[in-house]
Ligand binder design. Structure first.
Ligand code: MCN
Ligand code: CUM
Length: 788
């Protein structure tokens, strides 16, 4: 895209430095835990050591005797206000605090309110709870067996542990295609439970003002407006009505989806503040964050891919068991219990597909999908990109050749997929070819063949993913009935500077910079003079928040549309000032001039001043606009990643030697920020591919509840990422942009797995589940007799 604005204005395409960084780099960010209010109390939470147990007794006496402990809140306390249960985003129900039984290890059992954090922790130690252990269901397959203990005894009609059955596609047509197939490959895959580990854990400061009857909650939320509405719906009956609630998301130290759900801790803090009339702070520690907050994945998948002998894919069939823990608290759009899993046909021109997903209750923490993914796209992409390689291996075909053969051709866009999506634009072959060229694909294959002769293990893996991000359109996407649009309000001040407010909330993505660039692009006001605000429900227009890489596709579009409304008004003012007709005006970023008379021009700053000092008779003063944008479609960013690995035959360690990522997110607002998103995303894709997993033993004890067992990559394990791009604009987005925030996390894992399997393929290895730990690899090497 040609640059329209100068670097000083800094519109689209300029890598201007992030406005937020001076405060972040200097440690001057304002996070929830930085907030100190007069008289503030602290909440700490008693948690269950058992995964499933009856609560016989909660004895608070000793705790209440500790000087500084003011109250112990239990399920019984909340039940008085009917606040002991709350709805989840998937219209299931979740305990705030239990009365009868606990359903997973680390579940909230009681809240202790004290004058400082340490006393609150002492209070937690002193609360005595008597439990009576119940049979634990950990395995989702066993949970569905007849005779399995029914977990949700609170649901009177519930006779089993199935949450939902969901299916999509043409079952009969797909079966026919499979029956007629020349070749069928089948593979089971497991994407384990993982957990985002943002630098900042979750927390809030709830501040109820008894005089005004007003509740302010500073909290780590990616969706402040939606949270305000949920609070009003849940607590309206105790007097918290929506205009009396203010949610403020200050700076957020990483969200990655984990800060979308409502956690019991927030509700307990709010209830405590309302009852006591003082501000109450609750901040999770790292182990609480890992053990009790929303998880991701936990998908048990069986996939079948049908093809012709020449490698043409003909049909895809997928069956999935989704472990949601004790309640379905997934952050999904309401009508999509399996999120956007139906993007599983990926980048391929598949005529027939059918997918089904069953959601299951187990004794694990609730949730689903919170880990840098657009509602289960990660699981879908992993499946199809793995299956493409399984098929290539079966046919002894090069995996790049197989992909190039099956890609949806560039001229077929907009493309209607077998499972119902309309892909907006794409050029998949161009991205893969670019990646192959950059990495030197042909030479690497030669090197691999030579190394194999010498017994060295080297593999090359490809992933050509398609993402679907930016929910709405609101006709398909809603959360608890709230339509998924987003918003922007721009005010241009008399001196030509602007304030722009959005319904989203940055957690590190750089919105203060990129949104300012959108306004700069559309109005020519330098990005440096556009102040961006988000996250305060008292000031920002209503929006659905930041997740599913929707900020650019939806709120960014709203920004462009609001700016265009301002430009329309500015044009009328310019015509008045220049004494010409509107039709005789030409716009270039930052000014209107007369047709054929460029010396007669009025800058946006001149016009802004006039809007308050000399506006045309009959026109309202001021220069402001608001837009609520409902996108006509999702955007479909894509890319091709190629990974080269070397495997140590002595230790089984996988070393990523090279990783080339070619991404296409349409027109780019800030190339440097996009590159940063991709670097971070790739590291966050490598993590589950090689390291991260949360397991439970048969008693439901978590086996990854601290950083001692839950491994995160550091700079040491992170390779040098090599990034490239192609640009295929979105035809429906006002700026031609697509989202990019999750692309790399979605695209990277299968490239890494495919590389490892490729290194071991000649030994008869066809698939490996993530995380690919040295131990797993070493066991294979040992078994095949090649361990050094
Ligand atoms: N961008 C751009 N040009 C494009 C697309 C995006 O310049 N064509 C810029 C945007 O303006 C924005 C950034 O890239 O500054 C990401 O934009 P977008 O793809 O719209 O994603 P969101 O802003 O909606 O961010 C959400 C996404 C998600 S869902 C997760 S999870 C994730 C991710 O962003 N969490 C993050 N990246 C993260 N990065 C940080 N630092 N912290 C997180 O918690
Ligand atoms: Cu699923 S993580 Mo992001 O969509 O906030």
């Amino acid at each position: 895209m040609a640059l329209q604005t100068t670097p000083e204005v800094g519109g689209m395409g300029h890598s201007i430095k992030r406005k937020e960084d001076p405060r972040f780099i200097r440690g001057q960010g304002n996070y929830v835990d930085d907030i100190q209010l007069p008289g503030m109390l602290y909440l700490d939470i008693v948690r269950s050591p058992f995964a499933h147990a009856k609560i016989k007794k909660i004895d608070t006496e000793k705790a209440l005797k500790i000087p500084g402990v003011l109250a112990v809140i239990t399920g019984e306390t909340l039940a008085k206000y009917n606040l002991h249960w709350m709805p989840t985003l998937m219209s299931d129900t979740q305990m705030v605090l239990p009365i009868e039984k606990v359903m997973y290890q680390a579940q909230e059992v009681a809240g202790v309110i004290a004058t400082d954090r340490y006393t609150a922790a002492d209070g937690v130690e002193a609360v005595e709870v008597e439990y009576d252990p119940l049979p634990v269901v950990v395995d989702p397959f066993k949970a569905l067996e007849p005779g399995a203990p029914v977990l949700r005894t609170d649901k009177k009609d519930k006779k089993d542990n199935r949450i939902f059955h969901w299916e999509v596609g043409d079952r009969a047509g797909t079966e026919k295609a499979f029956a007629a197939a020349e070749i069928v490959v089948k593979q089971s895959l497991y994407l384990p439970r993982i957990h985002v580990a943002s630098i900042e854990t979750c927390g809030c400061v709830a501040d109820f003002d008894r005089v005004k009857g007003r509740l302010t909650v500073y909290m780590t939320t990616q969706a402040p407006h939606a949270i305000r509405t949920v609070f009003a719906l849940v607590a309206g009956h105790v007097g918290l009505s929506e205009e009396k609630i203010r949610i403020v998301s200050p700076d957020i130290g990483g969200g990655f989806g984990g800060k979308v759900p409502v956690y019991p801790g927030y509700v307990i803090a709010v209830a405590a503040s309302v009852v006591i009339g003082k501000p109450v702070k609750w901040i999770e520690d790292r182990m609480e964050n890992l053990q009790a907050d929303s998880f991701a994945r936990d998908y048990h998948i069986t996939a079948e891919l049908a093809a012709r002998k020449d490698g043409t894919m003909t049909a895809l069939r997928i069956k999935t068991l989704a472990d949601h823990g004790y309640t379905d608290a997934a952050a999904n759009p309401s009508k999509f219990p399996a999120g956007l899993f139906s993007i599983c046909t990926g980048s391929y021109d598949l005529k027939h597909a059918f997918a089904e997903v069953d959601g299951v209750y187990t004794n694990k923490p609730p949730g689903g999908i919170a880990y840098r993914c657009s509602f289960r796209v990660t699981e879908a992409v992993h499946t199809i990109e793995r299956m493409a390689d399984v098929l290539a291996q079966e046919l002894k075909m090069d995996p790049a050749e197989l992909r190039l053969k099956n890609f949806i051709p560039a001229e077929k866009f907009p493309y209607k997929s077998a499972l119902g999506w309309e892909y907006d634009s794409g050029n998949y072959a161009a991205a893969l070819k670019k990646a192959m060229e950059k990495i030197g694909y042909a030479d690497l294959r030669k090197e691999q063949a030579e190394k194999r002769k010498r017994g060295e293990l080297m593999g090359i893996g490809i992933s050509s993913f398609t993402e679907s991000v930016g929910a709405g359109p609101s006709k398909h996407f809603d959360i608890l009935g709230i339509k998924m649009f987003d918003s922007c309000e721009i005010r241009v001040h008399p001196t030509g500077k602007a304030t722009a407010r959005f319904g989203t909330k940055s957690q590190g993505q750089g919105h203060e910079t990129t949104y300012a660039q959108i306004v700069a692009e559309e109005l020519g006001i330098p990005a440096a003079h556009v102040e961006v605000e988000e996250g305060d429900t008292d000031t920002a227009p209503y929006g659905l928040g930041t997740y599913a890489s929707r900020s650019t596709p939806v709120a960014g579009a709203a920004g462009a549309m609001a700016a265009r409304k301002i430009r329309e008004k500015a044009k009328k003012i310019a015509a008045h000032l220049l004494e010409v007709g509107e039709e005789d005006l030409v716009w270039e970023p930052g000014k209107f001039s007369g047709k054929g008379a460029p010396q007669k021009a009025k800058t946006i700053q001149d016009i802004a001043f006039a809007a308050y000092t000399n506006h045309p008779p009959g026109m309202e003063a001021g220069l402001e606009a608001v837009s609520y944008y409902d996108p006509p479609n999702l955007t479909f960013p894509f890319g091709s990643y190629i990974c080269v690995v070397d495997i140590d035959r002595g230790t089984g360690e996988v070393k990523i030697r090279r990783f080339v990522a070619v991404d296409d997110c349409g027109n780019i607002i800030n190339p440097m920020i996009v590159e940063g998103q991709i670097h971070g995303g790739l590291t966050m894709g490598m993590a589950p591919a090689l390291m991260e997993e949360i397991q439970y033993d048969e008693n439901g004890n978590i086996q990854g509840g601290s950083f001692m067992d839950y491994l995160l990559p550091t700079a040491m394990e992170t390779p040098k990422w090599e990034t490239e791009k192609t640009v295929t604009p979105s035809p429906h987005h006002p700026l031609g942009a697509k989202g990019v925030g999750e692309s790399a996390t979605v695209g990277a894992p299968p490239a890494i797995v495919n590389a490892v399997v490729d290194a071991l393929a000649h030994l008869g290895v066809r698939h490996m589940d993530i995380p690919i730990t040295p131990e797993k690899v070493w066991k294979i090497l040992k078994e095949k007799g090649v361990a050094a």
